[in-house]
Design a protein around this ligand. Sequence first.
Ligand SMILES: [Zn+2]
Length: 297
Amino acid sequence: MRYIFKFILLFLLLFTLNPASSEQRYVFLVTIDGLRPDAISKTNTPNLTQLMQRSSFTLNASTVFPSLTMPSHTSLLTGLDVKNHKHTLNDYQQINKLLNQKKYLPIDTIFTYGKQNNLKTTFICGKDKLRFLIKPSPEYNILCYEIYNDRDNTIQKITSAFISAFKTQRNNINFIHYPEPDLSGHINGWMSDKYIESLKKVDIEIQKLIVLLENEMSDNNYLLIITADHGGTENTHGSKSKEHMTIPWIAYGNSVKKNYKINRDIKIYDTAPTILHFLNIKIPESLDGEVIIEIFN
Ligand SMILES: [Zn+2]
């Protein structure tokens, strides 16, 4: 009898010491391609603006040099600076050649770390070349759309594909990439009326994601991070200039501080270790990024 009593005590002790061990955690990482943070403050983007008031955020985070889609997404997902991941290839056709040879990014990302910890990923992107960042595997649900074929509908397609995938199977790691307003910037110029118009369209999609989280995930611990890969000026980006390098970084969730303006420097490669920390995954020492610990309650 005494042994049973001791056993029950031990069980209760373990349970109270580690209440989060069996808790499900979900990450939603959203990149808005080519979003200059000053476009948020200068424009009426009601959903992003309202979200920021309920988030920990900065409009003064930095991407990596070269400020291009593939090197910066590689830093975002690996936690490494460019000098350490060494993947500066951004050319569409060259990446397509690699994909045709079934070659993918040969470095660990939040997706591979998740897989090593039995977590599955949903990966939705609006530029086909981003498929290079995730090698197909049964643990990954990968859906990519080529925006050049149908610019008007791609943004909505990305959101609806994500929502239906998530309703079918709730994976713990979720990556969603919106290809606008980058494309509009290349065609019409950064901060042009059409660039702002395409940002407003993305803003509407962001609200659909927030509604999904608030309706379906209120009982779960989730972390939403919204950021960008680079900014731009005129019809281009890639330089070390402030307008190309500065990005927004917005974190929202039930364990994240609300209405908290982050004052420290944030680099795009701080995102991966922050996500791993949230998911209770051991952070490799080799990463350049740091956990943005002050955002958590
Ligand atoms: Zn980009």
